[in-house]
Design a protein around this ligand. Structure first.
Ligand code: UT7
Length: 322
C-alpha cells in the first residue's frame, strides 16, 4: 500500500515586493539579490492574513483538485515556523476554518523542512491504514519575523502556503521519505526568542527577528542536500536517471543548481520558483509543486524528487510517483 498525491493547491498573498522596493528600504541592489539568490520578487501577506488563512485557501484548492470535501479528510498536518498563535496549534485553526471535526490536527515545526516532515508523517498514517485522506500543508508568514533593517535576511524571506491531499493507493505514489536533523547548528539560523526562553525580551518589546549566518548555512545546506538525494535514491532503489523533476526547497538558486548538478539534471527538469516566491520556508516545496502541476509541467506518472533544508538544522526528502 502506498500513499498518493491526489491533489495540490497553493496560495500567494496579493502584495508583491520587488527588489527595487527593497532598494528603497535597505542598502542593497537588484543586481546583488539576483546574482546571489536568484530572487526577483516575493509576496507579502496583508496585515489581516495569517498563516492559517493562507493554509486554508491552499488546502481548499488541493481538496478541489482531489475532488474531496471536508467530510472526507481524516488527518491534518501543517508544517510551519510562523504559527498564528502559540496555541491552539495552527492545524486546529485550519481544521475549524474548513469545517472538519474530530480528526488529528498536528503542527510540526521543523523550519524550512516542515512540509517534508509533515509529508513523511502523513505517508506513514496512510500506509498503516490509520488514515484514508490526509491534508498536508506547508504555510508561512515569515515577513512578520523579519528585521526590515537587516539586508542579509529581509531580501530573502516571504509568505505563502502550499498543500497536498494524500490518499491510499495500490499503485506506487510516495516511494520513500527521509527526514533528519542536527541540533548542533541552532545558532546559524534561528528566531532566538520564544516562550520558555527569551519571553521576557518579547514582553519588553525588545527587537526580535530571524537571524542567519548565510554563507555558513549555504555550505552545510549544499553538503547535506547532496548526501540526502543519494540516500533517498538508495533507499528507494531508484537510479537518478529515472527522475523526471526535481522540486527543491527554494532558498537560493545557487543551492538548487548544486542539487541539480548532483543529480545530473538539466535545469529544464528543475522547478524553480524562488525567482518570484523568494524563500517561503515550509511553504516552498508544496508551492513549487503546485505551480508545476497547474502549469502542466508535472504530469501524472512522473517521478519527482522533493527536498528541503532549514533551521535546526533540519532536512527532508520524498521520492514521489505523481
Ligand atoms: O531556507 C533555509 C536555509 N537557508 C539557506 O539555505 C540560505 C543559505 N544562504 C544563502 O543563500 C546565501 O549565503 C545568502 C544569499 C544568504 C548570502 O549570499 P552569500 O554569497 O553567501 O553572501 P555573504 O553572506 O558571504 O555576503 C557577501 C557580502 C557581504 O559583504 P562583505 O562582508 O563581503 O563586504 C555582505 O555584507 O554581501 C553583503 N550583503 C549584501 N549586499 C547587498 C549581504 N546581504 C546583502 C544585500 N545586499 N542584501
Amino acid at each position: 500500500m502506498y500513499s498518493r498525491i491526489a491533489g495540490t493547491g497553493s496560495y500567494l498573498p496579493e502584495k508583491v515586493v520587488t527588489n527595487a522596493d527593497l532598494e528603497k528600504i535597505v542598502d542593497t541592489t537588484d543586481e546583488w539579490i539576483r546574482s546571489r539568490t536568484g530572487i526577483e520578487s516575493r509576496h507579502m501577506s496583508a496585515p489581516e492574513e495569517t498563516t492559517s488563512s493562507m493554509a486554508t485557501i491552499a488546502a481548499r484548492r488541493a481538496m478541489e483538485m482531489a475532488g474531496v470535501g471536508p467530510e472526507d479528510i481524516d488527518f491534518i498536518i501543517v508544517g510551519t515556523t510562523t504559527p498564528d498563535v502559540i496555541f491552539p496549534n495552527v492545524a486546529t485553526i485550519v481544521q475549524a476554518a474548513l469545517g472538519i471535526h474530530d480528526t488529528p490536527a498536528l503542527a510540526v515545526e521543523t523550519a524550512c523542512a516542515g512540509f517534508m516532515s509533515a509529508l513523511s508523517i502523513a505517508d506513514k498514517y496512510l500506509r498503516l491504514g490509520e488514515a484514508k485522506c490526509a491534508l498536508v500543508i506547508g504555510a508561512e508568514a515569515l515577513t512578520r519575523i523579519i528585521d526590515w533593517n537587516d539586508r542579509t535576511t529581509c531580501v530573502l524571506f516571504a509568505d505563502g502556503a502550499g498543500a497536498v491531499v494524500l490518499q491510499p493507493s495500490e499503485e506506487p505514489g510516495i516511494l520513500t521519505t527521509i527526514i533528519a536533523a542536527d541540533g548542533q547548528y541552532r545558532d546559524l539560523l534561528s528566531y532566538p526568542y520564544g516562550v520558555s526562553s527569551g519571553f521576557d525580551k518579547l514582553r519588553s518589546g525588545a527587537p526580535a527577528a530571524l537571524t542567519m549566518k548565510g554563507s555558513e548555512v549555504f555550505k552545510v545546506a549544499v553538503n547535506k542536500l547532496s548526501k540526502l538525494v543519494d540516500q533517498t535514491l538508495a533507499k528507494a532503489g531508484v537510479d537518478k536517471s529515472e527522475i523526471d523533476w526535481l522540486v527543491p526547497h527554494q532558498a537560493n538558486l545557487r543551492i538548487i543548481q548544486a542539487a541539480a548538478r548532483k543529480l545530473n539534471m538539466p535545469m529544464e527538469q528543475v522547478v524553480v520558483t524562488v525567482t518570484h516566491h523568494g524563500n517561503t520556508s515550509a511553504a516552498s516545496v508544496p508551492l513549487a509543486l503546485d505551480t508545476a502541476v497547474r502549469d502542466g509541467r508535472i504530469k501524472r506518472g512522473q517521478l519527482l524528487m522533493l527536498e528541503a533544508f532549514g533551521g535546526g538544522f533540519t532536512w527532508g526528502s520524498a521520492l514521489v510517483r505523481f
